[in-house]
Design a protein around this ligand. Structure first.
Ligand SMILES: Cc1ncc(C[n+]2csc(CCOP(=O)(O)OP(=O)(O)O)c2C)c(N)n1
Ligand SMILES: [Mg+2]
Length: 583
């Protein structure tokens, strides 16, 4: 049974429903339709009643990225509140990121008033005719799990409860709710607060024992097993049994660039690309992956046995998802992996154990060589100017501790980040699950709000820094005392689209021969230091490789003292072993 709370207006009912669902933050960009909610929050604060805190988001992209960052750290959906159709349009690609990253968010927007008459409070302004759409939800429909417009305050509690339940049920994702002005300003007596425990997220599936047994047998008979993980580390309970399983089998584990799925110091850690191993593997276990490999780069041999484990293994939101699988299992990996680990250890014969042990030793040597090569790559770049990204990331790694969360949006320099930045502890490393650039700064803000005791570093490419709404993000970081460090990998260009031209047309292209790279150069590079200082952040440009270790130490000091900081590091344009030369 729920309970009724006294409230005077629909907007206050909305706030009480957020309270009931323990929403900590509303990331708001207001408009002519959100004022009843703003007024309700002011009233609650004056009256000493609980209300989510408000983060004024000076761009909607930042609002969504911050809610993304908050969810990825806590697993709890927050609210993004924007202005009618135009605000929703501005959320833009940040919603794509939330959808592809399985991030629970309650996205809300007002709409132009239904009525042409004056509302009870407020006014029907002239621009409201322009803001009404035939189908406002169509702006976001393809990116959300569910959408709805509240039709009556008599069931606003049901609508909001369903929104929370859907956003936080696996696979998690954003949902969208339209809040009509007439309802927010409507006088009401109270709001029914549902018993939240009766609307909890869906319990996740545990695969049948028969399937666990089948996969265990496949692995125990394998000559060359390979494990590929996507974002299984979002559930920290997967990590210890995955370590134990990989060690027992002597099976290499490839991890994605999104999460700590497997400790990088472990001897079975195989890096972040399946390409070097895929063609030799006879059994491939794919866990929680949207895209396990790119078939144009490498693919499993035709007689390899392939297992996919995912809570949503068919990926219905990806129109063509045609990865072959001998066994396609719908299961929560935090339940499946421990069961598989247990089964493998129960069934392993002494002969199999000996084979796994020798495989373990053989792969340990591969791991050691890989690490030594990576180290050499960093050392080789130590004196290079412009700064080598491998050496830069090596220095960042030296400055980290276990209390630091690293958030990356490093585009073509992601291989350097992944090679040099070692993360062992779950929840200390995140990447964007989607592809819309401009995520890193907002995500860092959300992560800092979610874990004020941690130090947050975001490593972003120069293009991403600009897309990432630096003024709104740094302003919010400073205003809401949520400081983080930004390291800009400034290659003064869009290296990725340049690489695409190079791959497509080769050295004989007009672009290559003339040096006319159209739509690529960000030169002169904007003065990111001045932008940072304009937002009460510390800013420093670093061009000398030898200066960077001291620069990051100083910048971290600044951040720990409560001020955001930005290091604009000028790096090589086309480094060795970049995204386009990956193995
Ligand atoms: C919102 C958005 N717009 C455009 C793109 C296409 N795009 C992919 S990579 C890239 C260039 C990124 O440049 P930068 O952030 O400097 O990284 P670099 O390629 O230099 O490593 C662009 C424009 C995108 N993914 N997202
Ligand atoms: Mg760039």
């Amino acid at each position: 049974m729920g309970k009724t709370l006294p409230v005077e207006y629909g907007a206050e009912a909305f706030i009480e429903l957020l309270n009931a669902n323990q929403v900590d933050y509303i990331f708001i960009n207001p408009g002519s339709d959100t004022y009843p909610i703003q007024e309700a929050i002011a009233k609650f604060k004056v009256q000493g009643r609980r209300t989510p805190e408000v983060v004024l988001s000076l761009h909607e992209t930042m609002a969504m990225a911050a809610a993304h960052g908050y969810f990825m750290v806590t697993g709890r959906p927050q609210v993004v509140l924007v202005h009618v159709d135009v605000g929703l349009q501005n959320v833009g690609g940040a919603l794509h990121n939330a959808q592809r990253g399985h991030i629970g968010v309650i996205l809300c927007a007002g709409r132009a008033p239904w009525l042409l008459e004056e509302p009870d409070q407020g006014e029907r302004w002239e621009f409201m005719w322009l803001q009404e759409r035939l189908d406002q939800a169509s702006i976001v429909r393809d990116y959300v799990k569910w959408y709805y417009e509240v039709h009556s305050n008599r069931n606003i509690h049901r609508v909001m409860q369903r929104a929370f339940q859907l956003a936080s049920s696996e696979p998690c994702g954003p949902v969208y709710v339209t809040l009509p002005l007439e309802l927010l300003t409507e006088k009401i007596d109270g709001v029914l607060i549902p018993d939240v425990s009766k609307h909890s997220p869906l319990s996740t599936p545990q695969a049948e024992d028969k399937l666990v047994n089948q996969v265990a047998d496949m692995l125990l008979h394998a000559q060359n097993p390979l494990i590929i993980t996507g974002d299984s580390g979002r559930r920290p309970a997967t990590i210890a049994p995955l370590v134990s399983l990989a060690e027992a089998l002597g099976a290499p584990v490839v991890t994605s660039r999104y999460r700590v799925n497997f400790p990088s110091s472990n001897q079975m850690f195989a890096g972040n690309s399946p390409n070097p191993y895929l063609e030799d593997a006879d059994v491939v276990v794919v866990i929680d992956c949207e895209v396990p490999y790119a078939p144009t780069q490498s693919k499993p041999k035709t007689n390899a046995k392939i297992v996919h484990i995912d809570v949503d293994p068919l990926k219905p939101t990806i129109p063509m998802w045609n990865f072959p699988a001998d066994v396609l299992i719908q299961a929560d990996s935090s339940k499946f992996i421990p069961a598989l680990n247990q089964k493998v250890s129960e069934k392993m014969t002494p002969k199999q154990r000996a084979r796994c042990q020798s495989r373990y030793e053989a792969f340990s040597s591969v791991h050691k060589k890989m690490k030594a090569d990576w180290h050499r790559l960093a050392e080789k770049g130590a004196e290079r100017k412009p700064i080598s990204p491998d050496w830069l990331c090596y220095c960042i790694n030296e400055a980290l501790n276990d209390n630091t969360i690293v958030i990356i949006e490093s585009v073509t320099n992601t291989p350097s980040v992944l090679r040099q930045i070692r993360r062992e502890i779950p929840g200390t490393f995140y990447g964007n699950g989607g592809t819309s650039l401009g995520w890193g700064l907002g995500a860092a803000l959300g992560a800092k709000l979610a874990s004020p005791e941690k130090t947050i570093i975001t490593i972003v490419a120069d293009g991403c820094f600009i897309y990432g709404c630096p003024i709104p993000s740094l302003w919010a970081a400073s205003t809401y005392k949520a400081p983080f460090l930004v390291v800009i990998l400034n290659n003064k260009q869009y290296q990725f689209p340049k690489g695409i031209i190079q791959k497509a047309y080769g050295d004989e292209s007009y672009s290559a021969k003339s040096g006319l790279w159209i739509g690529i150069d960000i030169e002169p590079s904007p003065n990111y230091t001045l932008i940072s200082e304009a937002c009460q952040a510390y800013g420093r440009r670093v061009e000398e490789p030898s200066e960077f270790p001291a620069a990051i130490r100083d910048a971290l000091e600044v951040v720990r003292s409560g001020k955001p900081a930005v290091l604009d590091v000028i790096i090589e344009k086309e480094p060795e072993a970049s995204y386009f030369s990956r193995g």
